[in-house]
Write a protein that binds this ligand. Structure first.
Ligand SMILES: [Zn+2]
Length: 372
């Protein structure tokens, strides 16, 4: 059972509030940041908000950009991500916008909540009970069974607190607005809770980006997770590459069911072979494990090759039927004008995860090259 990758997304004021105490919703994001959130939604398989947020803000939770919706359809996905909400009591009105826009909806609730909701939401949402109380691990298991690989949690306080306290969140996008709220009656990003690791646990700052007048901070909440472990293994393999002044040194690992099934590195078996190619060459083309495998590569898989007779790694990954790729850095323009490996893979429905916090380490054996 694969649980989805869980991304918490929130906009906060400088003093850590997600709204003011007034009846109308405080707009913390500017238009550029709303567009960023729209893009992250489009990249997600499901979007979750808590019942309190539905009652308070009555959001529609759509992907607003038509091109992004078209790209989803072209990739064989539903036009809109699955919309998910959570309510223990089942206190949700049928008139809320949430039910009447976008694609499929599912509501997770308790046995008693389900008794209240089943009739009210008949025909407009799937009502799923998690038993006597809400258990977020079971919720993620169910989403995994529904094919959700990437879940975006947009709040509110109760949802973000629950996922973080249960150590079920993989990533946090914290967008800081240049606004001061200054009212302790306003809702905050997180409520008091016993968070895993306590107040001394340092999370990993992966990225800082300026979007409009906002600062968007991206944190990895569980950097000891398997993706980091296997990508570090690929970095170790990259150190074994025979040196070259005309090509990158790259390492690759193919993992199925949490176990390494093949490895490769640049120039491992001949002077032209790529890391991903070398790893794939070690497996039969019809290896059934490939259909659920993840390929880890220190560098973005190539979309074109200097040796025209050899297939680009992007095509090899697609042919192998590998559904998921994790990389540390995008190919710079040192040897090719524009590598579109990540774009090609995503267009074909492959999930591509980038872990830029490992990029420095992954590039360390390539410093003699011009990393333009
Ligand atoms: Zn390649």
């Amino acid at each position: 059972m694969t649980r989805p990758y869980v991304l918490l997304s929130v906009a906060v004021s400088l003093d850590g509030y997600i709204d003011d105490a007034g009846p109308d919703r405080l707009r913390l994001s500017d238009s550029a940041d709303f567009d960023r959130v729209d893009r992250v939604r489009a990249e997600s398989d499901a979007i979750l908000v808590g019942a309190e947020t539905l009652r308070r803000d009555n959001p529609r939770l759509l992907v607003n950009n038509a091109e992004r919706r078209a790209a989803r359809v072209a990739a064989g996905k539903p036009e809109y991500p699955l919309k998910v909400t959570v309510t223990a009591r089942g206190d949700l009105d049928r008139e809320l916008n949430f039910w009447h826009h976008g694609g499929a909806k599912v509501v997770y609730t308790t046995d008693s909540g389900a008794a209240r909701l089943a009739d009210r939401l008949v025909g407009i949402a799937d009502v799923v009970t998690l038993g006597a109380e809400i258990e977020f691990g079971a919720l993620l298991d169910d989403l995994g069974r529904r094919g959700v690989g990437r879940l975006m949690v947009e709040g509110g306080t109760g949802m973000h607190t629950a996922f973080l306290a249960a150590d079920l969140a993989d990533e946090l996008h914290l967008a800081v607005a240049p606004i001061v709220v200054g009212d302790s009656a306003a809702p905050r990003f997180l409520a008091d809770a016993r968070f895993a690791g306590g107040s001394t646990r340092r999370r990993t700052l992966a990225d800082v980006e300026r979007v409009g007048d906002m600062a968007v901070l991206r944190y990895l909440l569980r950097p000891d997770d398997p993706d980091h472990r296997f990508l570090r293994r690929a970095i170790e393999l990259a150190r074994q590459c025979p040196p070259s002044d005309t090509a990158f040194s790259v390492g690759a690992v193919i993992v199925a069911d949490g176990v390494e099934i093949a490895t490769g590195y640049s120039r491992e078996t001949d002077e032209k072979v790529h890391a991903e190619e070398s790893a794939l060459n070690k497996l039969p083309a019809d290896d059934p494990r490939l259909a659920a495998a993840t390929l880890y590569s220190t560098l973005e898989p190539c979309s074109q090759r200097a040796t025209a007779t050899r297939l680009p790694c992007t095509d090899r990954i697609l042919r192998a039927g590998i559904p998921r790729v994790v990389i540390a850095w995008r190919e710079p323009t040192t040897f090719v004008v524009n590598c579109v490996g990540v774009e090609n893979l995503r267009q074909h429905g492959i999930e591509v995860i980038e872990l830029p916090e490992l990029a420095d380490e992954a590039m360390s054996m390539n410093r003699h090259l011009d990393l333009a």
